[in-house]
Ligand binder design. Structure first.
Ligand SMILES: [Zn+2]
Length: 690
């Protein structure tokens, strides 16, 4: 399976959007009282209350020492991570509410229209276990055997340049239509490095605990599925390890998670060139042939994220490495099918996930099916949902709230003390040009060409993949249709995002429900939620270290003066130093550099909401801060916590309460926080960025 250029990095979103998988064996800190005291006294300000093992009924709470725990202890103790989930929070809870509405739509008799028929047909195919059990692995055997039988590298090239097979096989790089950095109006072709079995390329030279989890899970599943195709266990083990060995070579020229979060990352991946130059990047690997045969040759520009990856691929793509090459293709091929084969395979994948990632139980079949429908047919699912639950009134209300927050931001920016007039004025211009996208778009892509009538599940899946491929090709060289702003994003998830290349904030229908948005919310709750948490947070991404590299039109262009940038960097690195000191569990520290853009967004959002609050007579700050903390309440299994801590740009949730609130005088005044309290930061140590 292939090709989704990972320029999703450009849509900086508020929460983790479906971190691929997850976690495991519990080695978290002991929650005995004595341990807890030592944790607090070591200068680690707060316990990681997302790990339930760290909590107990008799634990004292005090807003001066751990505000997140104070505001959420009851919820944390009363809540459980549901069967099949790796984490639980108000986001997942709200997400589930929308999912349930969708699951009802997938069963509803009286829906009409092509999109409703599509999603219901696909859903029925997923849930038709009899048919799935009957076909077993017969539909994937032929291609598996054919790749296994390849005699030389030319046979491999034949698979990768034949449209009958290339869409279904791993092709050693990703390519698709994408919006480049230099012209945000037009689709070009993106050529990117592939995703890796162990996720982060840093896992290859030295594997971590998290890498071990992915390795164990993937290896077990490959052995299991290939066993159904007649592979001996020992043979399968060897094949898997040889695939990892080949990936270890490729990983040398694939950016690590850490590199992807560095400030110069966009600069490094912004390499545009015409087709002739792309083909010259590889002499041995058939880069040009693959692009041509799959319909990706055109007269415009290509964005090649890592040109030197193809030099490396030239060295690797040889007959000497034929076994590794075949094995990697076989492993990727089979792992792509683990959710769509028979019941036994599906259940084996749940067991393995629970074993390696420490989750428990499984989702209901209906929820599993919905997840698959919404990821394969997102536009159809969204259209049907909106025709049933969309509200123009709520959309308007959200739009107006966004405008109110933007207006407050303008005041904040104009009063900023440290930026030059030039940068401050441009920031305000960028803010004024920022577009608001509320709830859902009026326009979606055309889905009329997808036809899965009479297909088996695997045939339907293949048709959808091929249609997606055709759609991607049809975009190349065309202008972006900005009315279709939900493209590539699941607007039914509980999330929000800022789009750097469009300069838009997107407050989607998935987050528009309790406890984040409702017509009954009081001013304090509304300001904590929409003011700080959602809209204020997203706007700030236009002005963080990523946003600073894109102008008001979404073009990749630095609009900062050197002095202003130096001052901004000084402020952010002070925050990084502070975050680096926080220990989450065991000896695992926060990684300031990974999470600073999100922490800046949280802090600036809160700053904005407090400014809104200052204009309200009798504003109840206690109510406001508690609501703010409550929205961050979450529980995770250990593996998910570990993955968030090391891979994600979002800080752990408990710190998303405690770090932002301790920057503001209103918090100190409300709870009488003083020197010596764990929540206290001396005025000169506070980290306000804007
Ligand atoms: Zn964010």
């Amino acid at each position: 399976m292939k090709k989704k250029l990972i320029l999703a990095v450009l849509a900086i979103s508020l929460f983790m959007t479906g971190c691929a998988s997850v976690n495991i064996t519990i080695t978290k800190p002991d929650k005995a009282e004595s341990e807890k005291e030592s944790v607090l006294s070591k200068g680690i300000p707060w316990i990681d209350s997302e790990l339930k093992e760290n909590l107990s009924e008799d634990m004292p709470v005090d807003p001066k020492d751990d505000f997140h725990l104070y505001a959420n202890k009851e919820w944390l103790l009363d809540s459980e991570i549901p069967s099949g989930y790796k984490a639980w929070s108000h986001y997942t809870e709200r997400g589930l509410e929308v999912k349930k509405q969708c699951m009802d739509l997938l069963k509803k008799d009286d829906l009409t229209g092509h999109d409703a028929e599509l999603i219901q047909t696909y859903n029925d195919l997923i849930l038709d276990w009899d048919a799935r059990n009957a076909s077993q692995v017969s539909e994937i055997q032929d291609l598996y055997d054919a790749v296994s039988a390849a005699d030389d590298i030319e046979d491999i090239t034949a698979f990768l340049t034949d449209s009958a097979t290339s869409d279904m096989l791993f092709s050693f790089f990703n390519y698709s239509a994408c919006i480049g950095f230099n012209d945000p109006e037009k689709y070009i072709v993106g050529v990117d490095t592939p995703s890796l079995l162990l996720g982060d390329s840093a896992e290859y030279p030295e594997r971590t605990e998290l890498g071990d989890m992915y390795y164990g899970y993937d290896k077990d599943m490959f052995i299991y599925i290939s066993g159904k195709l007649g592979e001996e266990k020992s043979q399968a083990e060897e094949k898997f390890d040889s695939a990892i060995e080949l990936e270890t070579k490729l990983a040398e020229k694939i950016y690590t998670t850490k590199e992807q979060k560095e400030d110069d990352y966009f600069d490094r991946i912004n390499n545009e060139m015409p087709f002739e130059e792309v083909t010259e990047l590889a002499e041995v690997f058939p880069l040009g042939e693959i692009l041509t045969s799959s319909g990706y040759e055109y007269p415009g520009m290509y964005l090649v994220t890592r040109p030197d990856y193809f030099e490396l691929l030239d060295e690797v793509y040889t007959d000497e490495n034929l076994d590794g090459i075949k094995n990697l293709m076989l492993v990727k091929y089979l792992l792509g099918y683990q959710q769509v084969l028979d019941r036994e395979t599906y259940e084996r994948s749940i067991e393995a996930k629970n074993e390696y990632f420490g989750t428990s139980g499984s989702l209901s079949d209906e929820e599993m099916a919905y997840n698959m429908v919404s990821s394969m047919l997102p536009a159809s699912m969204q259209k049907v949902y909106i025709s049933e639950y969309g509200s123009e009134e709520d959309k308007k209300k959200m739009y107006d709230l966004c405008q109110e927050v933007i207006d407050t931001y303008r005041e904040m920016l104009s009063e900023n003390q440290w930026a030059s007039d030039e940068v401050r004025n441009y920031a305000i211009e960028k803010l004024d040009k920022m577009k608001i996208h509320a709830a859902y778009p009026d326009k979606f892509r055309d889905t009329s060409g997808i036809d899965i009538k009479g297909c088996s599940l695997l045939e339907a899946r293949e048709r959808i993949i091929r249609t997606e491929e055709e759609y991607s090709k049809s975009l190349i060289g065309t202008s972006k249709d900005k009315d279709m702003w939900a493209e590539g994003f699941d607007i039914l998830s509980c999330n929000a995002f800022y789009d750097l290349q469009e300069n838009t904030i997107n407050m989607i229908i998935g987050m528009m429900g309790e406890p984040f948005f409702s017509s009954e919310m009081g001013t304090e709750e509304l300001y904590a939620s929409i003011g700080a948490f959602w809209v204020g947070h997203e706007i700030s991404h236009a002005f963080d270290s990523n946003g600073a590299q894109f102008d008001a039109e979404g073009k990749f262009r630095d609009w900062w003066t050197e002095e202003d940038r130096a001052e901004f960097d000084r402020r952010v690195s002070k925050m990084d130093d502070y975050l680096d000191k926080i220990v989450a569990f065991d000896d695992k520290h926060f990684i300031g550099k990974n999470i600073d853009t999100e922490m800046v967004a949280d802090m600036t959002g809160l700053q904005c909401a407090l400014r809104m609050a200052s204009k309200v007579d009798g504003f109840d700050y206690d109510r406001f801060f508690r609501k703010y903390a409550q929205m961050n309440a979450s529980l995770s299994v250990y593996s998910y916590e570990l993955s968030t801590l090391t891979q994600d740009e979002h800080p752990l949730d408990y710190s998303r309460t405690n770090v932002p609130v301790q920057q503001f005088e209103e918090f100190y005044a409300t709870y009488d926080v003083k020197g010596g309290d764990n929540m206290y930061l001396a005025p000169e140590e506070r980290l306000v960025i804007w």
